[in-house]
Design a protein around this ligand. Structure first.
Ligand code: 0GY
Length: 299
């Protein structure tokens, strides 16, 4: 791993807040293990190994039931570690893959059978060689018939540049980490409200109210400067928000969060039981396990 790499917390605390039954950690990754699933040659970082067994142990320790595993850039478009984790999770995990522009329909169908339900596009310049503008439109057209969605990761200042492109997409679009706001600015300021308007005006846009540890300037343990941003989105768009740990926390440089404390952040951003149920169970189930909702409605 990189010399300055911070490995995930070895002994996260037990959260004081217990998630509702069936809760989904809707943003986490697996790294390797490298000996079995080598990292991509074009990667921008080399992490520690963080395999599926450790992820399942964390899931159980934190009181979650399911995971959505998002392909990390260190594995490029080689989804083997992701597919392996999905195969071992039974029905308790779904995936978001990275694919190349020329991906075949057969490959997409194979990933679908493995449990993949979306494709991620990364506009964070430090993480990729080239930004995926053209790929996005072409791949979105290929995945739309499968009912998949697009996940996009960008930093707040990139939004004006990509807004036209992403709002033309035919699928659900999930924005990682609240569009990475600058939390030194006010919640009702232009920057963050531009992002909120994106959700207001486009009913196919969702967001993950995740990563206080990455966005915070004030830092742990409470990430108090991030909470109002997340709470604003949870209260305003209760049906289109997701939450995840972001374990094993790639590229954290300031500190490594205690995942138990991240779970304790939840009641502060979703202050009622109904909001927490939507955030942690109903929304991710609708997006990633829609068939379960159908089987409940039609027993
Ligand atoms: C995240 C954040 C980061 C990295 C990746 O795929 C990745 O490499 O997602 C980051 O460095 O900001 O969403 O987990």
């Amino acid at each position: 791993m990189d010399p300055d790499w911070l490995p995930f917390h070895p002994t996260p605390s037990a959260p004081a807040y217990r998630p509702p039954p069936g809760a989904v950690d809707a943003h986490c990754h697996v790294f390797g293990p490298e000996a079995r699933f080598p990292f991509a040659p074009e990667r921008k970082y080399t992490p520690c190994d963080a395999g599926k067994e450790e992820l399942w142990a964390l899931r159980d320790h934190l009181g979650f039931t399911r995971n959505v595993i998002v392909q990390a850039t260190c594995h490029g478009a080689d989804n083997r570690a992701l597919v392996d984790a999905l195969a071992h999770a039974g029905d308790r995990a779904r995936g978001v893959a990275t694919v190349r522009r020329d991906v075949s329909v057969e490959e997409l169908e194979r990933l679908d059978a493995a449990g993949v339900r979306g494709v991620r596009f990364n506009f964070v310049k430090r993480l990729v060689d080239r930004l995926p503008h053209e790929d996005l439109t072409e791949v979105a057209a290929k995945i739309a018939p499968l009912g998949w969605h697009v996940v996009i990761y960008f930093e707040a200042e990139e939004l004006p540049e990509i807004q036209e492109l992403v709002t033309a997409l035919p699928t659900v679009v999930v924005v990682d980490h609240m569009g990475r706001p600058d939390v030194r600015r006010p919640v009702d300021g232009e920057g963050f409200q531009r992002f909120a308007r994106l959700l207001e005006e486009h009913g196919n846009f969702w967001t993950k109210v995740s990563c206080p540890e990455r966005l915070s300037v004030r830092g742990p343990p409470d990430y108090a400067d991030v909470a109002p941003f997340a709470r604003h989105l949870v209260e305003r768009f209760p049906d289109r928000v997701l939450w995840g740990t972001d374990w094993p926390h790639p590229n954290m440089k300031s500190h490594m969060p205690d995942d138990g404390r991240l779970v304790d952040f939840l009641p502060r951003i979703a202050p009622t039981e109904a909001l927490r149920r939507a955030l942690l169970v109903d929304n991710p189930m609708r997006l990633y396990w829609p068939e379960e909702g159908l089987s409940c409605a039609h027993p």
